[in-house]
Design a protein around this ligand. Structure first.
Ligand code: PEP
Ligand code: MG
Length: 542
């Protein structure tokens, strides 16, 4: 058993035998030709034939996958007609007296090189499209059949790279998924795989390519990009169970997508998703989350070697807000400390970091850091429906300090003529016993509460959440936790504030009835838990 990794581009798992994809290579040599007019004529014929093929591929993809994906082949037709590209081919034939095949190959490489050298990742990925068009033209010139991926037994296709048209030609009835050693996750190949819902891993690397053989058993995890070659029985079993869970989710999605989170007696609850950064939005949308209930912004800080700038943060928050298309996005301000330590913060070592300088305590002792984040957040608020929440609150005074800095930030932006929304909801996390106990005093200061049951459990039961030896003592169903949640909901509702739960307990369907009975307004869970939770709500009689 050997493990490799690439970039997973489709949230599904393939398990099966490998079929190595080998292209029939057309040898193109630089032979001088006598009749340039004849070569120009051959090129014109090949171009017409390639254009016809692309029209057919467009129709096939339109019928099988959809308009967005089929457009790739319209774009290929436009590229095929591109004046610069065609003139370069004609010029090579006329001035260098080379065959049409050679001219197409050389011009294709020149243009692919130009795209590959661009700064923008999307444009770089277009190099594969130019090569695909050139290979199509060469196949038309030489009369060779292009490789189509068909076979008898369903297999995982492994290739060095796949052209978009090769991917579109995949006969899904013979293919479990595919893995490429090279290629970019932004390529049309990857985009097509995602939309065809084929498990795929891109860029597995040369070491993987060297290790894999025809007929090997392979697990390709399109969620994580992990590849396991010739897995042992236990690993195979684990992945087969994960695969079943995926299948179940797809079924749930088909049954429940777009359906309200409404109980049999008509009670409704919002179900949102938790994310760690812009990458999480795809999964949130794919699982039909009503919004983002917790964006753990500290991951932006954890992924870097230095403080993320206001611009970097603004870009990340804006992209999430825009992609959520008007659905609410609640971004939690920086929550580091405890188990999330960042070297460049230069924090002192602490005996009990979970009880130390963490989360809002850091923000209030380093207001310049907090201001940068709040400026980025308010600037992004102009692009969607933003909520901001503060973690680890224990007192009214902390909330007042946070609100004062928010107010200053807004004044600064107003003074500088920078737009922001004036309907940003401000909330706090209820994740310390102190906050739950004084939730009656905290409620009037904010618009909403979000209960962080992970920390609420650790602090209430005095059980370090990082300590595996405490599993037997750390019972999240403990009556003390449930009473604190109930009390928080009651106190919030008495002041007409809404309450969500964003800790892991929100996804525990054995408690869904309890939360519904308490009147919790929103549950925010990891994206894969959204639909199972919707199912639990819809089958509840509460
Ligand atoms: C929580 O404490 O429940 C929570 C959602 O926050 P985190 O797990 O990020 O501490
Ligand atoms: Mg927490």
């Amino acid at each position: 058993m050997e493990s490799f990794s690439g970039k997973g581009v489709c949230g599904a798992i393939a398990i099966g035998k490998v079929s190595l994809f080998r292209r029939r290579k057309t040898e193109i040599s630089r032979q001088p030709i006598g009749d340039t007019a004849q070569e120009l004529g051959r090129f014109a014929d090949a171009k017409a034939a390639a254009s016809e093929q692309l029209s057919a591929l467009y129709d096939k993809t339109l019928a099988a996958v959809g308009e967005d994906e089929a457009q790739i082949f319209q774009m290929h037709q436009i590229m095929l007609e591109d004046d610069d590209y065609c003139e370069r081919i004609a010029e090579l034939i006329s001035t260098e007296q080379v065959s049409a095949e050679y001219a197409v190959s050389a011009a294709g490489e020149e243009f692919a090189g130009i795209f590959a050298a661009m700064d923008d990742a999307y444009m770089q990925a277009r190099a594969a499209d130019v090569r695909d068009i050139s290979n199509r033209l060469i196949a038309c010139l030489s009369g060779a059949e292009r490789e189509t991926l068909t076979g008898v037994e369903k297999r995982i296709i492994v290739a060095d790279d796949l052209a978009p048209s090769e991917t579109a030609s995949l006969d899904k009835s013979c293919v479990l998924g595919f893995v490429t050693a090279f290629g970019a996750p932004n390529s049309h190949t990857a985009i097509l795989a995602r939309n065809m819902n084929l498990p795929a891993v891109i860029g597995a690397g040369a070491a993987f390519q060297a290790a894999v053989r025809d007929g090997d058993l392979l697990i390709a995890d399109g969620h994580t990009g992990k590849l396991i070659l010739n897995p042992d029985a236990e690993t195979e079993q684990t992945y087969r169970s994960m695969q079943q869970a995926d299948i179940r989710r797809v079924q749930l999605l088909l049954e429940l997508k777009g359906k309200p989170n409404r109980t049999k007696s008509g009670r409704e609850i919002r179900i949102f998703a938790n994310i760690g950064g812009p990458d999480g939005v795809d999964a949130a949308l794919a699982n039909d989350a009503g919004g983002i209930g917790l964006f753990r912004s500290e991951f932006l800080y954890l992924e870097q070697d230095d403080y993320p700038t206001e611009e970097q943060q603004f870009a990340a928050y804006k992209s999430v807000l825009e992609r959520m298309g008007g659905r609410q996005v609640i971004i939690r301000t920086l929550d580091i400390g405890a188990d999330k330590q960042i070297g460049y913060f230069g924090l002192d070592r602490e005996e009990n970091p979970a009880l130390g300088l963490r989360a809002v305590r850091i923000c209030l002792t380093r207001p310049e850091l907090f201001r940068t984040q709040l400026r980025a957040l308010y600037r992004a608020s102009a692009y969607g429906q933003l909520g901001i929440m503060f973690p680890m609150i224990t007192s009214v005074s902390e909330v007042e300090q946070c609100l004062a800095i928010c107010e200053q930030t807004k004044q600064e932006l107003k003074r500088d003529g920078i737009p922001f929304s004036d309907s940003v909801e401000l909330g706090i996390m209820i994740e310390t016993p102190a906050a739950a106990i004084i939730s009656d005093l905290l409620a009037p200061t904010v618009d909403f509460f979000s209960i962080g049951t992970n920390d609420l459990t650790q602090y209430t039961l005095a059980c370090d959440r990082q300590n595996p030896n405490l599993a037997a003592f750390s019972d999240p169903h403990h009556e003390a936790i449930l009473r604190l949640i109930e009390m928080t909901v009651r106190n919030a509702h008495a002041r007409r504030r809404w309450v969500g739960i964003c800790g892991e307990l929100a996804a525990d369907t054995s408690l869904t009835d309890t939360f519904l009975r308490m009147g919790v307004d929103e549950l925010s869970v990891s994206a894969p838990s959204v639909l199972p939770l919707r199912e639990a709500v819809r089958s509840s009689s509460v």
